[in-house]
Design a protein around this ligand. Structure first.
Ligand SMILES: Cc1ncc(COP(=O)(O)O)c(C=O)c1O
Length: 269
């Protein structure tokens, strides 16, 4: 289920309660509280030559609604979407819902992308969707792999959707590189993120996306039509989550690491 078994950190709960008591009980800005969007823009993965502003961010009902908004905004009948498989099942469901066609491309035996197979599948596609780190494989697609994908896409108009929900759950020996940090991917990437996993906030339903401005605006249109604005007090709680000391998230990640090693030992790896 991708469900953290830790409670949401107390400062986040306190911030939500304080926001409710302070009267933050009305509609919020349709794209998300400006102060939350500004804080998120300031924390996006860095890339030389690119700065992000409040208007680049759309706050969504979890990553789920971010993915849905992008799919419904950008895919239509006749559009083919490449999905390395196995993949998080929501992607294919959304493509079908939007009227597109799913083109599953099996992973290589080491569970990384099969770049030759992608080179065959990508021409003529409208979009490619993946998660990194990957659900369900746990693979971290490294910088070199992302750059190779960027090279494959060079000259095409294919939109990349990079769902980085598990970006903080990366263990020793692996380095997380965001698609936003790879120059050849940055301008064609819709970056999808969520508070669910990093802050043990699955039930709060806060996610966000950024990407090319026209895609963000189109996704915002779909999101406000389907969902309306996001719970205002929850957005104040999300701001508090961003202010948590790194150590709080690190401690959860450390426990996951210990369990991971224990299960790997049982599996004889
Ligand atoms: C890869 C991936 N993306 C997105 C989601 C959904 O996240 P959210 O709770 O923000 O909707 C999940 C949930 O399991 C997931 O595994």
């Amino acid at each position: 289920m991708g469900e953290p078994d830790f409670p949401t950190p107390p400062p986040v709960i306190k911030a939500a309660a304080a926001a409710l008591r302070a009267g933050h009980t009305h509609y919020a800005d349709q794209k998300g509280l400006p102060e939350l969007r500004a804080a998120l823009a300031a924390r996006l993965p860095g890339c030389p030559g690119r700065t992000w502003t409040t208007d680049d961010i759309l706050v969504t009902h979890g990553a789920t609604a971010a993915l849905a908004a992008v799919a419904l905004a950008m895919i239509g009948p006749g559009d083919r979407v490449v999905i390395p498989e196995p993949a998080y099942s929501l992607y294919a469901d959304l493509v079908v819902l939007a009227g597109g066609t799913v083109d599953f491309v099996p992973l290589a035996p080491d569970l990384h992308w099969d770049l030759d197979a992608l080179a065959e599948a990508l021409p003529g596609a409208a979009m490619m969707i993946f998660s990194n780190p990957s659900n369900p494989t746990g693979i971290v697609h490294c910088e070199q792999e992302l750059k190779a994908l960027g090279d494959l896409l060079d000259g095409s108009g294919i939109l990349v959707v990079s769902d980085e929900a598990y970006h903080r759950l990366v263990y020793p020996g692996h380095v997380m590189t965001s698609a936003l940090e790879v120059e050849s991917l940055r301008d064609r990437t819709v970056y999808v993120q969520t508070f669910s996993k990093t802050y043990a906030m699955t039930g709060w339903r806060v996610g966000y996306l950024t990407g090319p401005r026209e895609v963000v605006d189109a996704a915002a249109h779909v999101h406000r039509t389907h969902n309306g604005s996001l719970n205002t007090a929850v957005q104040h709680a999300a701001l508090a989550a961003l202010e948590l000391p790194d150590g709080i998230v690190d401690a959860m990640v450390e426990r996951y690491r210990q369990r991971r090693e224990l299960s790997a030992d049982f599996a004889g790896e």
